[in-house]
Design a protein around this ligand. Sequence first.
Ligand code: IMP
Ligand code: MG
Length: 340
Amino acid sequence: MISSINVEADVIVDLQYGDSGKGKVAHFLCKTGKYTHVLRYNGSGNAGHTIYHHGKKYVTHQVPAGVFWGIPSVIGPGCVIDPDQFLQEVRELEEGGISTAGKLFVAKNTHVISKAHREEDAGDKTIGTTKRGNGPAYRDKYARKSERAESIPELQPYLIDLYEELYHKGKRIRVLGEGAQGFGLDIDWGDYPYVTSSHCTVAGFLLNGFPPSSVRRVWGVAKIYETYVGTKKFEPENDPVFEKLRKIGQEYGATTGRPRQCNWMDLDLIEEAVRMNGVTHLVFNKVDVLREVGVFAVLEGGKTITFTGEKEMKAHLVKRFKTLGIPKNRIFFSESPEAI
Ligand code: IMP
Ligand code: MG
């Protein structure tokens, strides 16, 4: 037996409404060789992480980014899993040349999305869900009337006991926590009811069996502008700049293909997310898109602030997040789609 002190974690959190480029950051961090495990801590097939591996594009939904590097990858009990979609995804990865054999695991206490959950979600008209059955599955989990991965025959080859894996193997454990969705979609802190049904924060990661003291780095990921998919009105009306942003940034859902509504990056939302997650490292993705659009702007206090150019905007961000305890050398500006 070894103590929990041997378990350390870095956690990736999305500071916006999903689609901020977490997949890219996860892929990049995995490459450092630092991690013994990668664990998806919330959500399900509703997520769509776009990953470029050796120049080839992959979209993952439930499978963690660790599989691209052969790192043991776990779907944690904070997630809900659709066995059919999961097996389909595994097949597609294998066909695309990514071997998952012996590297992909599902915590046995992860709850399952059933066909009935999917069918119910297909009828959603109010939230604009991804129709993957995510919300009904979490509801039934909390109502104590759903099945867990351990009782699904097709999932038997993938099952693990997470407690055994993390605490009883006598090994030093270094986990990368890979989140789905984002702070603006969080069940408690997002814009309810236009949210997803899981916890998209570091607290959501901890629920997967990790003590608070295990957390080292918290990678907060944002896109240098903002997008949202769902029924609420999000994009300012009659401003062609957002149409341009959508086209140049290729802002169409990775899971559903829906056009994403666009807006400038809301710094007050990001500040809230940075504080509540204890973000130590900050990544702003897709800077090249604003460059091509030719406008550099943010929202602050509900107002649009426009900058003279990229340099002025970056200086503004560095200054604002320095006051939140994130020094300049932990703020990264990144382009799409290549790695940071
Ligand atoms: P659900 O998670 O499918 O129930 O959808 C609830 C809300 O979260 C909808 O507005 C979805 O578009 C949004 N959503 C869920 N997953 C993602 C994601 O991975 N990226 C962006 N939006 C998402
Ligand atoms: Mg996505």
